[in-house]
Design a protein around this ligand. Structure first.
Ligand SMILES: Nc1nc2c(ncn2[C@@H]2O[C@H](COP(=O)(O)OP(=O)(O)O)[C@@H](O)[C@H]2O)c(=O)[nH]1
Ligand SMILES: [Mg+2]
Length: 662
């Protein structure tokens, strides 16, 4: 049973290669394109040569009995089958066609025989009577429980019988002999040294990398074993083209002698096979056949095919993996492009609300503020009401509450900017490479470099273009499936997208309520961290209350070195993996903040602003994903991921194929 497990491993590995790689390729190119692509030579070999001999529920070997005319092949065949399936007789060339016999569990229908003999012209037909074998025709098959289940036994026409000047039977026998995985060579004392026969046999057995052979030598009982063995050695070495003296070639797996017997000729007895040589041991032919290691023999027979399958499949696996990794890189670049485009759209967006929220939260938690208000006498006895009043004022700035009517213009500008950004994004997607700007240390840059370092044949590589000291343009090649979607991109429905973007713009204005709790925590944290000397002076709050309406914001991408000045620089590097991204919140000089106050303002605003921006960019990216980028994302989502378990399966299948076929 241990031996058959080797067969199942081989079979399953080959099935994995047959099914999994084309499946991955199909998902990668789209089934249509994959269906039209040229078949790979390694797959042709696998499907046409190797699998027909292996893709069975049970391990089966094709064992062909062959030899010259009237050597007793059919008699041996019948003996092993335990049935008179093949017609025997003294007439040379009596067997005129191929006859297969197998255990009923293997040969219940023509399927297995057909598959194993797929290289023959005719499909096998069921055997009816022993006379059938004397008439030319398609191969016959019959079942017999006596035959070991691990093999299909084949009786073949003589290869040395002539008829009308042609080796007619040889033509009938040769294809099946070349298909056979084990050869049982029967020869008699009269022909053992026959040059023509051994030449033909050498050609046949040596044909597929030297197939295993069992020798059956019919010779008089009078001949001593040593001499019989000597003859067999001569035949064996000739079969495998070995010169001079030496041991049996390793391909010879058994040697038997069978005595001439009138009882056999008269049909009164079965031929007796006597094991010779240590190779055979004491095993009967039946035992030896049942003992054959199917997987090992198949690996041996198909060695050349398995090697080229291994090589071809390895190349294809690497190609597919390369394409999948490239698609992954493209996906990441697309995320970045969407985020960048979202930021562009937000540039004209008033940041006041974010700053206003920060201010409000800060003030609400400030005992100093209460003191300040008290000092001015404004909230003398009613600090709470005063706080509420200020909250309202801030809320109005931020657009959370209706105060002065909010400028309709903001919404229009924003939705206009969003349409422009969406269009720019769409145009970027139509290019033959997706170009994104990144800074030194960006994850995407690292991934692109890694991909460029391991180029895959025929696959365009990412191009890394140095823009400035720390900035790069990445040209990310467009995956095949995305190229196929470019037609859909051209046909984009802008009216619908504009509608969705307008809706998005409406929701972007105002503060998302869910971030307030998060912000409150960060303000509390900020306060706790403040030292006595840094305690905010009351005047700071006074200035803050006048600040928000005066603030403006600009974003600067890839700014190398923000210079301190009238503005507040907010690093945004944690957002969407964008590096070296800064937002410059400009503060008019008239506000008159001291350096310390500016610093405090910066500390206060930074978390609010980051969160504010993050939520907005995320909302816009989501809209892009649902509109302009939708066809591309749909195509990308159908692709295998780099960590798809099937890659590991194929890799393991290849490793097991290789370790056994080094
Ligand atoms: N004397 C003798 N005759 C045999 C022996 N084996 C087969 N025969 C006879 O030889 C003739 C040819 O045998 P067959 O099995 O048809 O040979 P094939 O042409 O190789 O298939 C038949 O009449 C057999 O009965 C044997 O061991 N001794
Ligand atoms: Mg015969």
């Amino acid at each position: 049973m241990k031996k058959s497990s080797g067969f199942y491993i081989l079979r399953d590995n080959l099935r994995t290669l047959r099914d999994t790689l084309p499946a991955l390729r199909g998902e990668l190119l789209g089934q249509d394109a994959a269906g039209h692509s040229a078949p790979r030579p390694w797959r042709e070999k696998l499907v046409r040569n190797v699998l027909p001999a292996i893709d069975f529920e049970l391990p089966v070997l094709l064992v062909a009995i062959c030899g010259g005319g009237s050597t007793g092949k059919s008699t041996l065949f019948n003996t092993l089958a335990g049935k008179a399936l093949s017609r025997v007789g003294f007439r040379a060339g009596l067997t005129a066609r191929v006859l297969l016999a197998g255990h009923p569990s293997v040969l219940s229908g023509p399927g297995v025989a057909e598959a194993l003999l797929h290289r023959l012209q005719d499909t096998p037909v069921r055997w009816q009577a022993d006379m059938d074998t004397t008439q030319p025709g398609p191969p016959l098959y019959a079942s017999s429980p006596e035959i070991p289940p691990n093999l299909l036994l084949i009786d073949t026409p003589d290869f040395d019988t002539g008829e009308a000047g042609r080796m007619l039977n040889r033509e009938r026998a040769e294809p099946v002999l070349r298909t056979a995985e084990v050869v049982l060579y029967v020869f008699t004392n009269t022909v053992y040294n026959n040059l023509s026969n051994t030449r033909f046999m050498a050609d046949v057995v040596g044909g597929i990398g030297g197939r295993p052979t069992i020798l059956v030598y019919r010779i008089s009982r009078a001949a001593p074993d040593e001499e019989v063995l000597e003859h067999c050695l001569v035949v064996a070495r000739k079969l495998y083209g070995l010169e001079g003296n030496g041991p049996f070639p390793r391909q010879v797996v058994g040697v038997y002698r069978t005595p001439e017997s009138d009882a056999v000729a008269e049909g009164q007895a079965l031929p007796r096979l006597i094991p010779l040589s240590p190779i055979t041991g004491e095993r009967s032919l039946h035992e030896l056949l049942a003992d054959l290691d199917v997987a090992e023999i198949k690996r041996h027979v198909f060695d050349a095919d398995l090697r080229s399958i291994h090589a071809g499949a390895t190349v294809e696996l690497e190609e597919i993996r390369g394409q999948v990794e490239q698609a992954q890189l493209y996906r990441q670049a697309l995320q970045m492009a969407m985020a960048q485009q979202a930021l562009e759209a937000l540039q004209a967006f008033p940041v006041n609300e974010a700053v206003a929220l920060a201010t409000r939260l800060f003030l609400e938690s400030s005992p100093g503020y209460v003191k300040f208000l008290r000092g001015t006498g404004r909230v003398f006895a009613a600090p709470l009401r005063g706080l509420q009043a200020l909250s309202h004022k801030v809320a109005v700035w931020s657009g959370m509450e209706e105060g002065e009517p909010r400028a309709q213009g903001v919404e229009d500008t924003l939705s206009q900017d969003l349409v422009v950004a969406a269009n720019t994004l769409r145009n970027r997607l139509m290019d033959d490479a997706l170009i994104v700007q990144v800074a030194q240390g960006d994850e995407l840059l690292k991934t692109a470099r890694a991909r460029a370092r391991q180029p895959v044949a025929d696959l365009p590589q990412p191009i890394i273009e140095l823009l400035g000291q720390r900035a790069y343009n990445l040209h990310i090649p467009v995956p095949q499936v995305v190229l196929q979607e470019q037609g859909t991109l051209v046909a984009h429905d802008w009216e619908q997208t504009a509608r969705i973007l307008r809706e998005t713009a409406r929701h972007l204005i105002g503060l998302p309520s869910d971030i307030e709790a998060e912000l409150r925590d960060s303000v509390a944290e900020f306060r706790q961290g403040m030292k006595w000397q840094q305690r905010v002076r009351e005047t700071f709050f006074a200035s803050l209350s006048a600040l928000p309406p005066l603030l403006g914001v600009t974003y600067t991408l890839l700014t190398v070195n923000p210079v301190a000045g009238a503005g507040v620089w907010i690093p945004l590097e944690s957002i969407f993996g964008l590096n070296d991204l800064w937002a410059l919140v400009s503060i008019p000089a008239s506000v008159g903040l001291s350096e310390q106050e500016r610093k405090q303002l910066e500390q206060m605003i930074t978390p609010v602003f980051k969160l504010w921006l993050e939520r907005r960019v995320a909302a816009i990216v989501k809209t892009f994903e649902g509109t302009v980028c939708q066809p591309i994302l749909g195509a990308l989502n159908g692709l295998p991921a780099p960590d798809d378990p099937r890659f590991a399966e194929v890799t393991a299948a290849l490793a097991r194929l290789y370790s056994a076929a080094p």
